[in-house]
Ligand binder design. Structure first.
Ligand code: 5GP
Length: 112
């Protein structure tokens, strides 16, 4: 099981902010912004580099869920950033696709 599958299974505790049949969202344990939520598919896709055409609906659901959580947490007006890290150079550390929702402070560009 991936670390995030263990969170889905409630084997590892997390501050969950949203759940439905396909998606789980919870606060990052090491937040990089005042709001830092991870949105994951319950079905494991290791990383976006390995996503398949048949995953399109689920990928769309992740983005729409992240948008809705951002709205629910009051980020729509001030803005927010969605990040997907893929592979070594992308900074991925957990091989279970996740969208980072970051907000509550200005973001910088280019990213580090
Ligand atoms: P990545 O570096 O793969 O894009 O992001 C993985 C994220 O998972 C990191 O931001 C890290 O802080 C977070 N993370 C790692 N372990 C845990 C955990 O046990 N619980 C939670 N809530 N987040 C975790």
């Amino acid at each position: 099981m991936t670390l995030f599958e263990k969170i889905v299974a409630r084997e590892i505790p997390a501050k969950i902010v949203f759940e439905d049949d396909e998606v789980l969202a919870f606060h990052d344990v090491n937040p990089q912004a005042p709001v830092h939520v991870l949105v994951i598919p319950k079905r494991v896709i290791p990383r976006i580099a390995e996503a398949q055409p048949g995953d399109g609906a689920l990928l769309g659901r992740l983005l729409l869920t992240a948008k809705q959580i951002g709205a629910d947490l009051g980020l729509s007006e001030t803005g927010f950033r969605l990040v997907i890290n893929s592979g070594h150079n992308g900074g991925e550390t957990v091989p279970h696709l996740h969208v980072h929702l970051l907000g509550g402070r200005p973001m910088h560009w280019p990213p580090g």
